[in-house]
Design a protein around this ligand. Structure first.
Ligand code: GLY
Ligand code: MN
Ligand code: MN
Length: 463
């Protein structure tokens, strides 16, 4: 049986937060099952917040945490008929021992029990934006409590977003989470190695119909799954040639051609935790000089960002460091005309680099690939800054990095054909992405099991 300690500890932290805010009760459902077509559902994926506090992956479950520390679970009842069709259910009787909660009931008793759980509580906490229809449901239960006011039932006077507590907790990963994230990163790195090798092999010995993006996607999925990953953490991007310039492209049917690049952005989810890796490599294993020139600029940008990913630096620092290197590279290669755009500081001020680098360098990563967590420093004061259009806006300073935070570092360059852009770079799209764990004195790249250096990628693909 899995240890429940880590989840008990997290639930206790939530109870303490409620208590510190004056008391109350927190309600948290897991994710609903979603129909795909007719009577088929999408593969079920639990809600990340719910999983964080329970480790429980069955649909139809709710967690209730009271400021006193008492925890109650509602889950699907045992049902022999349904279990024959859909699989074994834990059931409320076994739940306290299996999950470490104080009490458990059938979810069929949820509506009946909820008014009592809400009665005489100072406040009710639930996620505001992530569970459709929840507010209406809570409203209904609160109305039932109000209806009993003359009998002495007191209704919670305030409602709070439970995510404000959980997001802050989830931002700093504990040892249990870090171990899984490292393993997820390792599996995903092996999948990228497999895809690179397959690409080279398929172009060396062409097959009828040609090597296609979906062939490489199949290799990724095979590697994820054979190491126990339950799902991809997001829809895999396998982009041949010019498709790499479409940021949210998916693996489709385009042919991998000699002389062109392939960009793969793919990561597995393992035991509820994501990984997120991008590698860009020559489909046949040999960079052209123009590809290599841009590749090395992106790699240098990534190294510059990695260097400033350490405690005390801010979330925006890796982006600023990467953007500076990219902007300089754009001037050096003629992507941006020096006569028109001036020096690197001018390019950064004008935002001209956005023609070729239009996304941010980082996002938090954890259970969700774009994980929760405030990107600005809590408690800090907004200050005046210029936005993209040069207008003054009030912005809070970005988050100070601390050990245990996990963020991606993913600079790129995407060159669409355009007047004034050297033709040799047209249709080249490059991104390099790794997952960084902020450590005591720097960061650990958890996804470097796949090479990133241009020569090393060529050597791997030759082998
Ligand atoms: N794979 C999604 C991202 O890189 O943000
Ligand atoms: Mn990413
Ligand atoms: Mn990615």
């Amino acid at each position: 049986m899995m240890s429940t300690k880590v989840y008990e500890k997290r639930r206790a932290a939530v109870a303490r937060a409620l208590k510190a805010a004056g008391g109350g009760v927190a309600l948290l459902p897991t994710a609903p099952e979603l129909p795909r077509n007719r009577d088929s559902d999408f593969p079920y994926r639990h809600d990340s917040y719910f999983y964080y506090l329970t480790g429980f992956t069955e649909p139809g479950s709710w967690l209730v945490i009271e400021a006193s520390g008492k925890t109650t679970l509602f889950c699907r009842p045992k049902d022999l008929e349904r279990e024959i069709w859909d699989g074994i259910r834990l059931g409320p009787k076994a739940a306290p021992a299996a999950l470490g909660v104080d009490a458990a009931f059938s979810v069929e008793a949820l509506a009946g029990n909820m008014p009592a759980l809400l009665t005489n509580q100072k406040a009710v906490w639930f996620p505001f934006a992530t569970h459709k229809g929840l507010e209406t449901q809570v409203d209904g239960w609160l109305n039932s409590v109000r209806a009993r006011a003359r009998m002495g039932a007191e209704c919670p006077q305030s409602q709070h977003d439970l995510c404000s507590v959980l997001d802050e907790m989830r931002l700093t990963k504990d040892a249990h989470e870090i171990a899984i994230l490292r393993q997820a990163g390792k599996i995903s790195a092996a999948a990228h190695v497999r895809a690179m090798k397959t690409s080279a092999a398929m172009l060396r010995q062409p097959i009828k119909g040609g090597a296609r993006e979906y062939h490489l996607e199949a290799e990724l999925l095979h590697e994820f799954r054979r190491h126990g990953s339950q799902f991809p953490a997001y829809t895999s991007i396998v982009a041949a040639g010019a498709n790499a310039c479409i940021l949210h492209y998916r693996a489709d049917t385009a042919e991998l051609k000699p002389g062109e690049l392939c960009l793969i952005d793919a990561g597995c989810e393992l035991d509820g935790y994501a990984s997120d890796i991008t590698r860009t490599f020559p489909a046949d294993g040999k960079f052209t000089p123009a590809q290599r020139t841009l590749y090395d600029i992106v790699l240098e940008a990534q190294y510059a960002a990695v260097k400033v990913t350490r405690p005390g630096k801010r979330f925006n620092d890796p982006h600023d460091a990467a953007t500076r290197v990219l902007a300089q590279g754009m001037l050096d290669t003629g992507l941006l005309d020096k006569k028109k755009h001036g020096k690197v500081d001018d390019v950064l001020a004008s935002g001209a680099y956005r023609q070729f680098y239009m996304h941010r360098t980082s996002h938090w990563m954890g259970m969700d690939v774009h994980d929760c967590g405030d990107y600005t420093e809590p408690g800090s004061k907004p200050r005046e800054e210029k936005d993209m259009l040069g207008q003054l806006v009030m912005k809070k300073p970005s988050r100070i990095l601390r050990p245990g935070m996990v963020l991606t570092i993913e600079p790129g360059i995407y060159v669409r054909p355009a007047r004034g852009v050297p033709k040799e770079f047209w249709n080249i799209g490059i991104r390099i992405e790794d997952d960084a764990l902020v450590t005591k004195d720097g960061c650990e790249l958890m996804t470097r099991g796949v090479p990133v250096d241009g020569d090393e990628i060529e050597a791997l693909m030759r082998g």
